[in-house]
Design a protein around this ligand. Structure first.
Ligand code: X8Z
Ligand code: ZN
Length: 612
């Protein structure tokens, strides 16, 4: 099952009608000789039956979801909606049954843990009313289709999809062209606003039914801590990394001011969102040439090398696989290569947003990506493969434990490996002739920061927005303003123009219409550096961690695997400890990694007025 999708898509696009010989977990739970009184024995039987049933339904759900995502048509959209509705309804039934054991004393650790997971692990809980749950499922499929099929047509008749518009955002330095691509993509989302508002209403009904105040509370209850403590934990981490973000923001704003003029980029306010090289201003690495610390740069351009060496999509994925193999992980199965989607098909609509899949929870691993030959997608390939190797590592666990320790862990594994794509590694695999000396460290760190540090406040704000929406703090008319308030507050960016009254800019980001929680990516950014620091120590690295690559180190691979194979069977601090020896998420690793850059940025920023 996919990373994002285990508790999510699994519950989103699933399907399949339950065969008549299914194990009826509900019956197991409530019937019996003692008038339906819940007991520890019944809880154990209920959990076992629920797991068996979900595993069976889940696999078929995955197949349906795969077909839909690879072949979006009116029919697959309908089928996805119908099957989703059935599956979610079953999920909700089981969650309701699980709640009946809330007050049963004397349950063993695993049964209690699994009951809690059954109760709170639904990303889009359906309301009890059948018509409403059908409506909810249809809205979900409809919005997913609107996003994936979205195009903007220029006056000259050319209609561009997200991939093409993203290329303009990455490559153009003409503010007018950037603005049109930026605005153009946001024309796909106003029709989603009403649908989204209704989806929120229905999902909240579902969450209420399961005993949660709203959907946000339900999402926050998946972190092995009281849900009310989780926001403070995020604040703690964010406050640790904020000075680094602010220093980067300040330097980038100054350089953009030099490039585009201070009228367009005022030096005392937020940066216009269309100038940062990415459709959502979440990853700024594409504007590296504008903000490079010096002319010599890091001495190489990986995108150019991949193109020069005539790498195709498969070569890039094979290179990613080889990294994992070097750590001792088994090769990907032949079916991975036969069944994955690597290149955007020209003859049909697909979901291009990259994802990793685990169809049978054994070894039918796949990725689905519209790969472009550049360094950003090279990194994303490692990200997706990280999901696949995690999925395989925990496949011996029972159904509910076949997931990551918390959702940030799943997102962090491949990114951890991508931190080992250093010049030294690239030289080892023949992609680079010479390893630049230490003078290239600042440029290299700058490039990494444009990707990893620039992302942090975006990774945080998406769910800050959703949590307020779910809590009813703002209605549909206020959705967009709240979005931009948070964009400004956290990221220090602003919309490049007054947004139209019907704008629904959150809908132009995949995870909103697809209902994928986003805080996981913020956590992953912190965790990946913590994992990397420990893996480097394990592999005997003595130098600075920004130059460390764990390529080829079997001991590091073993320790990583020891954490991965735990799946979700233990609270996440236990999994974290298995790899790092620490039981808390620790931002000092990311700060250590970027310490030389922070010192350099502070020097650059002397005399500048930072902040917004
Ligand atoms: O959605 C993803 C992955 C799939 S889990 C490609 N990411 C986030 C995004 O694209 O917004 C990875 C980085 C953040
Ligand atoms: Zn991911």
């Amino acid at each position: 099952m996919t990373d994002i999708y285990k508790r999510i898509l699994l519950l989103l696009l699933p399907l399949v009608f339950v065969a008549c010989n299914q194990i009826d977990a509900t019956t197991v739970a409530v019937s019996g000789s003692d008038n339906g009184k819940p007991t520890p024995e019944k809880a154990v039987a209920f959990v076992a039956a629920a797991e068996a049933q979900l595993a069976e339904l889940g696999q078929e759900a995955e197949r349906m979801s795969w077909v839909y995502s690879n072949f979006i048509t009116t029919d697959t959209e309908k089928l996805a909606a119908v099957t989703n509705e059935r599956f979610t309804a079953r999920q909700v039934e089981l969650a309701g049954e699980a709640a009946k054991f809330n007050d049963v004393a004397g349950l063993d650790f695993d049964t209690r843990r699994k009951l809690d997971m059954l109760r709170s692990g639904i990303t889009m809980p359906a309301p009890p009313d059948a018509a409403k749950s059908a409506e909810q499922a249809e809205i979900g499929a409809q919005m997913a289709g609107m996003y994936s099929k979205g195009k903007y047509c220029y006056a000259d008749g050319r209609c561009l999809d997200l991939g093409q518009l993203s290329d303009i955002m990455a490559e153009s330095r003409d503010p007018d062209k950037l603005l049109e691509a930026w605005n153009g993509w946001r024309t796909i989302s106003p029709p989603m606003r009403k649908l989204y508002a209704r989806q929120v209403e229905l999902a909240n009904e579902g969450a209420n039914e399961l005993g949660f105040a709203d959907l946000g509370t339900m999402w926050r209850s998946a972190y092995d801590m009281p849900p009310e403590d989780f926001p403070a934990e995020l604040d703690r981490l964010w406050n640790e990394v904020k000075p680094l973000y602010e220093a980067l923001h300040c330097d980038v704003r100054a350089k953009l001011g030099e490039k585009y003029g201070t009228e367009l980029v005022p030096q005392d306010g937020p940066i216009p969102a269309h100038l940062l090289g990415n459709m959502w201003a979440q990853d700024w690495s594409n504007i590296y040439p504008l903000v490079a610390p010096d002319e010599t740069g890091p001495g190489y351009d990986l995108s150019a090398i991949l193109k020069e060496k005539k790498f195709d999509a498969i070569d890039m994925v094979k290179t990613g696989e080889a990294f994992f193999s070097s750590l001792g992980f088994a090769e990907l199965p032949a079916t991975f290569w036969e069944r994955s989607l690597f290149v955007k098909p020209q003859d049909r609509e697909v979901v291009c947003h990259a994802s990793a899949w685990d169809i049978d929870e054994k070894d039918d691993l796949r990725i689905k990506m519209c790969i472009k030959i550049n360094s950003e997608d090279f990194r994303t390939i490692h990200h997706e493969l990280g999901h696949n190797y995690y999925q395989r590592a925990y496949n011996k666990e029972s159904y509910l434990y076949r997931n990551s320790a918390n959702d940030g862990f799943h997102e962090a594994v491949g990114d951890t490996i991508a931190l080992s794509i250093t010049p030294g590694y690239l030289q080892k695999i023949g992609l680079l002739d010479d390893v630049p000396d230490a003078s290239a460290d600042i440029p290299l760190l700058m490039k990494r920061a444009l990707e990893g540090i620039a992302f942090l406040p975006f990774g945080l704000m998406v769910d800050q927005w959703r949590w307020q929406v779910f809590a009813g703090k703002v209605g549909p008319d206020g959705y967009n303003d709240l979005w931009w308030q948070l964009r400004e507050k956290y990221q220090g960016i602003k919309a490049p123009n007054k947004r139209p009254v019907d704008a629904f800019d959150p809908g132009a980001k995949y995870h909103v219409p697809a209902n994928v929680p986003y805080t996981r990516y913020f956590l992953a950014r912190i965790l990946q550096f913590q994992f990397h620091r420990s893996l480097c120590e394990i592999s005997g690295n003595k130098g600075p961690i920004n130059r460390c690559s764990i390529y080829g180190n079997k001991e590091a691979g073993e320790r990583l695997n020891a954490m991965l194979e735990l799946g979700r069977s233990k609270p996440w601090p236990v999994a974290l400890e298995a790899l790092t020896g620490q039981r808390h998420m620790d931002a000092t690793a990311i700060l250590d990694y970027f310490a030389p850059l922070k010192a350099w940025l502070d020097k650059q920023n002397e005399g500048r007025q930072c902040g917004w």
